[in-house]
Each structure stands twice: as structure tokens, then as C-alpha cells.
Design a binder for this molecule. Structure first.
Ligand code: ADP
Length: 722
């Protein structure tokens, strides 16, 4: 009696469970008749339970269920549960059919789960993923592609079906080399840029993020393909715009500045005090404009990656001295001091000397500018095992905590009455940060409002490799800048190391275009290049370099695996070296070429030291070797010892004037054929016409830079072709 009660109670529990579960249940006898059915199943099949109890499963309707149930019964007790998916009355059903042991035979329990909601939410999610503008590819933890949206398929020009279910490597389908180091499980996004050409040109950022569940289990990863073509194009257009406008502005400014300087120097006659004062204002403001333009050009170079840094071992103390000297007079005039504290044993840092100087000048000029009440300035340096740290401290207005975070961003200026009065562009510190970070260092600032600020930067210490050792192996290199052109960065680095040790400064380019731009901008002493450039433009570049007047003087040494010495030389190469490169041969070829193609020597004769310096600097930057003489007699002495290729001669000079110099030069057979370009700020004296006619060209002061360059180049090429 008790046993029956127990069974009844157990049955009541089972019934309660079956009623309240969210799933449908049907139990079949070994004959395939319905023995039990719960309310959920009743509702799913849309009928009253009583109708089916005791009837064969076939009477329930869906043939797939009946068929599978019969096969489970036929296989018997040991068969595996089977699944059947079907759509019934608009619902997605998943039925699991599991055998159970009923005395000597085998029955079946059918569990029916309504998956409509799950399917709907999946469809919703897929619709959302399909509608995003980004391409999406989802990988499972086993590395299979489980979802691809149409955007991704379109971007990659691959059919969705070719990707779904496959284990294709993400980078390969993006047309990139597979990455050994790629670990999709790694937290944080990993981004690579890919340029796709089919079906249209696109630049795409491919970013991967792992998918981790609440328990920290890795479920796979998602790759997002973000089209950045427009951004890149706009960025490039902006940079080109800034660069063109700045260059265009620079030309008229050079004239404004140059002429104002000449007027201030009374080259065009005496000026009175008021005129001097007004012109000084014009000068000051044109200087500010030049600075702004230079800053804008720097920013556009940095942003477009066109900034070329010549990293070499630096004596930090020298750089600091150079920068400090520029300001010492200004500070001391106001009774302020600038103190330099650099330990004698400070190790050398690795950096670009000009750029490091620029950073120092920026910090020091800010320290002065933002200390309107006066106060001293300190420049200090120290080092640890890896870095050299340089800091500039002032006793100025200081910076509030809330402004610190943005201090090094473009155009950011602390907004206060004082800074507004002081004026500035907010570009300096952002340029400083980019330069220092490109050099592998860091920048920072500590400050207290009203007390002063310390701006600092670090540079990596120069490694033993970086230290130039030109005298260790045989005679040292001739020196100068070498442009190394090789599409393979490692090879370019290698050539750089060889040449660097030999005492050369090296700049590198990896494509024909980059190389040509650099050759124009930097006028290197020699170019080494592999004609096998990726864009197939190696020989084209060689030809362009030899045909372009500004680069035709630069000797090119071809370093190549392809044995085409004849073609290279026919196309104007000065030397040829087969790869793999023998470093000694390389050094001797470069030394020979640089040594033999000494730049044309131009002698500048002008008693005005300022104009003489300016001309010399301009000519040097154009790749000429320069000799300066400050009067006619000095010039005549130097002409015999230095044999210049041409002479730039001022007419009005003390001791011995330009007319006398021409006369002597032209009557001496040793110097008669040296071309002379004469300059004067006044009218040429027509009574000396015969002498003037002996000159190759005439230039009127104030000198227009372009005219000067054109004249000199004409004269030098004319002379070379004789
Ligand atoms: P600019 O001086 O042309 O405004 P910078 O980029 O050099 O541009 O500096 C950005 C801002 O940082 C300045 O406008 C100023 O507000 C603040 N700043 C820079 N140096 C100092 C300093 N030594 N003391 C106080 N404020 C400074």
C-alpha cells in the first residue's frame, strides 16, 4: 500500500515537472504509441492530449518525428538520441528523441524546444551585423569562419559561401602575409592596414578582437574591416594643401623679409628712426609668419610621414650650448640668467642634431615667453642606463593641472588673458612631441601655476653601433650624405650601417617617388640604389635623376642582384656593385665617387659679411662648395690657391673693387676662363662697359634667390659643357 503511495507521489512530482517546464514532452511506448504528453506539447501541436493518448505517433502529424521515433525504437535501447529540426505553425522547433528502457523493450522520450525566439534574435543580430558599414568576419574558437557580412565579402571580392565554414587565414584572405606572431586571443585590438585593389581601390584597417564569455572562456574572434580610403585621401589632400600653401607663402615672404632686411641695413639709402621702427615691426611680423609657416610645414611632414630624421650620436652638451647661446643675450639684457647643468661624463644620445636643437629652442623660448615677470632659466641633463634626459625649467606663469593633458596637442594653448597677450600658435609643443617620439624618446612637463614649469624630453642613449668609427678600419670615408634607395628596409638599414660607420650621413627611401623627392630636398652627395624597386621604376628613377637639372650632378651607385652593369652605366650610373654587398667594396666605391665628383666650388666676394654669409649658406644648401672673400685683394689671393669654378662678385668694395678684380682675372691666362657673376645694389657704371661685358652674368641687389640659383646653374653647366 505504502509502495503504491510512494509511486503515486513520485508520479505527481513528475507530472508537476512536466507541466511547468518550458519544453514539450511526449513519451512513446515500445510500440510507438503516445503514452504521455504534457501541456506544452499539447499547445505546440495545437490539440487536446486526450485525442492522442494511446494512438500511434504517426497520428500526431509531422512525418520527420514519427520516422525518427520509429528508427530509435528499431535500434533499441543503445541508440543515441536523435535531433530533428522543423517548422510547425510558424515556429522553429528542435526535437530530441532519446530511447528509454521499458521492461524488455525500448520506448522513446521526445523533448520539443521552441527555438523561434532564439532564431528571431539571431536573425535580428545578423540583420544588424549585415547593415553595418564595416565588414565583419567572425571566427569560432576552432578557427572556422562562422559569419561573414556582405560588406566584408564585397570589400574582399570573395563570395560569402566561399568563406563560411572554411578555416581560411584572415590575413591571407585580406591579401596580407600570414603573421606568425598573430594571436587572436590576445586582449586589446590588433590592427593592420591593407590596400585592396579589387573590385575598387580601398584602404582598409583590419582590426581583430577576441570574443570572451562571462566566464572568461575564449569563443573565437571578430575581424572588423573599416574602410579608411576617404580619410586617408582627405588626410593626404590636407597635407598637400598645407604643404603647397606654405611653400607658396614662403616665396613672397622670402622677398619681403630679404628686402626689409636690406632697407634696414640701409642698402637702399639712409632711413630715419621712425622708418626704422616701422620696418622693425614689419620684420618682426614677417619673422613670425616664417615661423608659423615652418611649423605648418613640419606638421604636414610629420603627419604624412615625410619627415626624415638623420639619427646620429649627439654630444648633448654641444646641442644645449648652441640653443642657449641664441637666447643668452636676450635674457641677460633683462637681468635674467640661463644656467646650464650638464655632467661632464654625460653619455652621447642618439638623435637628429638639427631637430634636437629645434626642440631645445622651442622649450627655451617658451620658458622665456611664459615668464613675463622675469625669472631665471635652467637647462639640465642627466642619464640612466637607457636614456638621456634634458629639461628646461623656468620661474614663469606655470600651467594648471587641467591643462596638462592637452598641452602637447596641436593648436592647444592655455586660455588665459596672459597667454592671449603673449601670442602663439600652439603648434610648437605638438611638433616637439612628434619629433621626440619618432626619435624613440618621450616628452613631459611638471608645473605649478604661478611658480614655474619644467619641460623635459628623453632620447635613447647612442648604442655602440651608432657611434661613428671612421678611423678604425683604414682611411675614413670622405663624408657627406648618402641617399640609400632600396625597397627592402633591412637591406637599406644594412647599407646605412656600413656607410654610417664610414662617416657618412644616411637617408633612406624605399620607392622611386620617395627617392626622387629626397634627392631634390636633400641633395645628397651620392645615391645608392637597387634598380629592382617594387614599383618597377628603378631604371626610370635613374633616368629621371640624370635628366633633372637639380639632381643630375648627384652620382648614383647601383647596388643590385641583377647583373646589369652595362645598362646601369649607360643610363648614367657612376658605379655598380653586386649584391650581396661586400662592405669594403661598397665603402671604397662610395669614397671614390664622392671624392672624384667634388661639388663645383663657388667663390663669394662681398664686403658685407651678412650678405656674404647668406649667399654662402644658400649655395651650400644647393650642394656647392663655397669660399668666402671679403674684399678684392683677398679674392685674388684665394683664386690662385683654390681654383673656384665660378666667382660671385660684388662691385662696390673697399681696398680693391669689383672692376679691378675682373680686370686682373681676365688678363691673367690662369684665371681668365673662370666665369664671374657680378652683383651690385647700384646701377652698373656704363663707362666700364667693356669690363662688365667680360662677366658671365649680372645680378642686381637685393638678390632674388631664384634668379641667383638660375644664373649660377647656367654658368656652371655652361662651363662644364665646354
Ligand atoms: P605657443 O607657445 O605658440 O602657444 P606651444 O605649443 O609652444 O605653442 O605651447 C602650447 C601652450 O603651452 C602655450 O600656449 C602655453 O599656454 C603653454 N606653455 C608652453 N610652455 C610653457 C611654459 N614654459 N610655461 C607656461 N606655459 C607654457
Amino acid at each position: 500500500m505504502d509502495e503504491n503511495r510512494g509511486e503515486r507521489r513520485a508520479f505527481t512530482h513528475v507530472r508537476a515537472l512536466m507541466t511547468h517546464t518550458g519544453e514539450g514532452f511526449i513519451a512513446l511506448t515500445p510500440e510507438g504509441d503516445v503514452r504521455l504528453m504534457n501541456e506544452v506539447a499539447e499547445e505546440i501541436f495545437g490539440c487536446a492530449r486526450g485525442e492522442f493518448l494511446g494512438k500511434a505517433i504517426e497520428s500526431l502529424g509531422p512525418a520527420e518525428i514519427a520516422k525518427t521515433a520509429r528508427s530509435v525504437i528499431a535500434v533499441g535501447d543503445c541508440s543515441q538520441p536523435q535531433s530533428v529540426s522543423l517548422v510547425l505553425n510558424g515556429r522553429d522547433l528542435l526535437c530530441t528523441l532519446a530511447p528509454y528502457h521499458d521492461e524488455n523493450a525500448c520506448g522513446v522520450v521526445i523533448t520539443i524546444r521552441d527555438q523561434s525566439e532564439l532564431a528571431r534574435s539571431r536573425k535580428r543580430a545578423e540583420a544588424i551585423l549585415q547593415s553595418t558599414a564595416d565588414g565583419l568576419i567572425v571566427y569560432s574558437s576552432a578557427g572556422k569562419i562562422t559569419f561573414v557580412n556582405n560588406t566584408a565579402a564585397l570589400m574582399l571580392a570573395i563570395a560569402v559561401d566561399d568563406l563560411l565554414g572554411s578555416s581560411k587565414d584572415l590575413w591571407s584572405i585580406c591579401g596580407l602575409e600570414p603573421l606568425d606572431t598573430f594571436d587572436p586571443r590576445r586582449g586589446g585590438s590588433q590592427v593592420r592596414e591593407v590596400t585592396l585593389e579589387e573590385p575598387v581601390h580601398r584602404v582598409v584597417d583590419v582590426r581583430t578582437d577576441p570574443v570572451i564569455d562571462d566566464h572568461g572562456m575564449y569563443l573565437g574572434f571578430v575581424a572588423t574591416l573599416h574602410d579608411v580610403t576617404a580619410e586617408r585621401e582627405i588626410g593626404q589632400m590636407k597635407n598637400e594643401f598645407v604643404s603647397t600653401v606654405s611653400h607658396e607663402l614662403r616665396t613672397p615672404l622670402t622677398s619681403i623679409k630679404g628686402y626689409v632686411d636690406l632697407i634696414l641695413d640701409e642698402e637702399a639709402g639712409e632711413i630715419n628712426e621712425i622708418q626704422r621702427e616701422f620696418l622693425s615691426i614689419v620684420k618682426e611680423n614677417s619673422d613670425r609668419l616664417v615661423e608659423l609657416i615652418n611649423d605648418l610645414l613640419d606638421i604636414s611632414r610629420i603627419e604624412s610621414g615625410r619627415i626624415h630624421l638623420k639619427v646620429q650620436p649627439l654630444q648633448v652638451a654641444e646641442r644645449i650650448k648652441g640653443a642657449v647661446d641664441t637666447f643668452r643675450a636676450v635674457l641677460e639684457q633683462n637681468g635674467r640668467s640661463i644656467t646650464v647643468e650638464v655632467p661632464n661624463d654625460l653619455p652621447r644620445a642618439a638623435g637628429d642634431p638639427d631637430r634636437v636643437g629645434q626642440v631645445l629652442i622651442n622649450f627655451i623660448s617658451n620658458a622665456i615667453k611664459y615668464s613675463p615677470e622675469g625669472g631665471n632659466v635652467w637647462v639640465r641633463s642627466e642619464s640612466d642606463d637607457n636614456f638621456v634626459r634634458i629639461s628646461v625649467t623656468d620661474e614663469g606663469i606655470g600651467i594648471a593641472e587641467e591643462d596638462m593633458a592637452q598641452l602637447f596637442t596641436k593648436f592647444y594653448r592655455v586660455d588665459s588673458k596672459l597667454t592671449r597677450e603673449i601670442g602663439g600658435t600652439g603648434l610648437g609643443l605638438s611638433i616637439v612631441k612628434s619629433i621626440i617620439e619618432l626619435l624613440g624618446g618621450q616628452v613631459g612637463c611638471e608645473s605649478e601655476p604661478g611658480k614655474g614649469s619644467t619641460f623635459w624630453f628623453t632620447l635613447p642613449r647612442a648604442s655602440a653601433d651608432l657611434v661613428r668609427t671612421p678611423t678604425i678600419s683604414g682611411p675614413g670615408g670622405v663624408g657627406g650624405t648618402v641617399l640609400v634607395v632600396d625597397q627592402n628596409p633591412e637591406v637599406a638599414d644594412l647599407v646605412e650601417t656600413y656607410l654610417f660607420k664610414r662617416g657618412y650621413d644616411v637617408i633612406k627611401a624605399h620607392s622611386a617617388e620617395e627617392a626622387f623627392d629626397l634627392a631634390i630636398a636633400e641633395s645628397p652627395a651620392v645615391i645608392t640604389m637597387d634598380v629592382m624597386l617594387e614599383d618597377g621604376k628603378g631604371f626610370g628613377l635613374l633616368q629621371k635623376l640624370t635628366e633633372t637639372p637639380m639632381t643630375s650632378r648627384i652620382p648614383v651607385v647601383v647596388l643590385s642582384i641583377i647583373c646589369d652593369e652595362g645598362r646601369s652605366e649607360r643610363m648614367g650610373a657612376s658605379g655598380y656593385l653586386e649584391k650581396p654587398i661586400d662592405k669594403d667594396k661598397l665603402a671604397s666605391i662610395i669614397d671614390d665617387v664622392v671624392g672624384s665628383v667634388a661639388s663645383p666650388v663657388v667663390m663669394v666676394v662681398d664686403d658685407d659679411k651678412r650678405i656674404n654669409d647668406l649667399l654662402c649658406a644658400n649655395l651650400k644648401s644647393l650642394g656647392y662648395a663655397v669660399i668666402a672673400a671679403y674684399d678684392g685683394r683677398e679674392a685674388m689671393v684665394a683664386v690662385h690657391s683654390k681654383k673656384p669654378s665660378m666667382i660671385l662678385l660684388d662691385i662696390q668694395m673697399p681696398v680693391m673693387d669689383g672692376y679691378q678684380v675682373i680686370e686682373q682675372l681676365k688678363t691673367d691666362p690662369a684665371t681668365a676662363d673662370i666665369p664671374v657673376v657680378i652683383m651690385t645694389a647700384h646701377r652698373f657704371d656704363d663707362s666700364r662697359a667693356a669690363l662688365l661685358d667680360l662677366a658671365a652674368a649680372r645680378i642686381c641687389k637685393p638678390i632674388d634667390e631664384h634668379e641667383l640659383v638660375a644664373r649660377i646653374q647656367e654658368v656652371v653647366t655652361q662651363k662644364e659643357s665646354q
